[in-house]
Design a binder for this molecule. Sequence first.
Ligand code: ADP
Ligand code: MG
Length: 238
Amino acid sequence: MDKKVIEVKNLTYKFDDFVALDKINFDVGKGDIVAIIGPNGSGKSTLLKCIIGMNKPTDGSVKIFGKNPRQVVKNIGYVPQNFEFDRNIPITVYEFMGLEKCGELKHSHSNIKNVLKDVGLSNVEQKKLGELSGGQFQRVMIARALLHEKKLLIFDEPSSGIDIVGEQTIYDLIEEINLDRGTTCLIVSHELNIVNKYANKVICLNKKMICFGSPESVITPANLKKLYGIGAGLYHSH
Ligand code: ADP
Ligand code: MG
């Protein structure tokens, strides 16, 4: 059996003539926690959208579990960078949780309640989605991914808009899901300390892949200088 969860081969993505991603290659294995780092505009969100099949590669290919991403989209939990929705939308957390596969037994009330409890949210099922804080909403998204038993979780800057304690909670949760269920996680992050702590692989992206490997081998002053320019590298923890 092929253990590769994500295979990216020679991936190029263009917006008209503008090259956003240039010949990217990497593999992600089952159970990896992979962080993507790079400056603003380096193509991180674009890469995630190619991986979930929302962007069709201009050239090269992306395979998830050996298949076209669109064929396995049900197995992927994706939390976008800016999830905008109308705050007046009349939907409760409970309804939002059960939106997929409605009516199946495992989406019973008690299951939804339990999974929300697992992510540290109690008594919010009857709240309107628009009443949640940013951190609570992200946890609901994680709870949804748990409920629907996603095999690959993709987070685009999960901590943006959350305070430092909330951020730690989100990453602890990601780590717990990874350990308990062997869920593969791909996370865009700016926090190098967090990347060092939680990821087992790091991708440095700036349109091209600058480097890819363990945090120890990748988060070095020389690589960070190459990636961000002069002055980065303050966070190296070794
Ligand atoms: P990051 O997530 O690393 O900040 P993005 O993937 O959002 O970067 O964007 C990469 C580049 O592609 C940026 O220069 C951005 O301006 C450009 N870009 C992103 N989305 C679009 C779009 N829909 N149309 C044209 N250019 C885009
Ligand atoms: Mg982005």
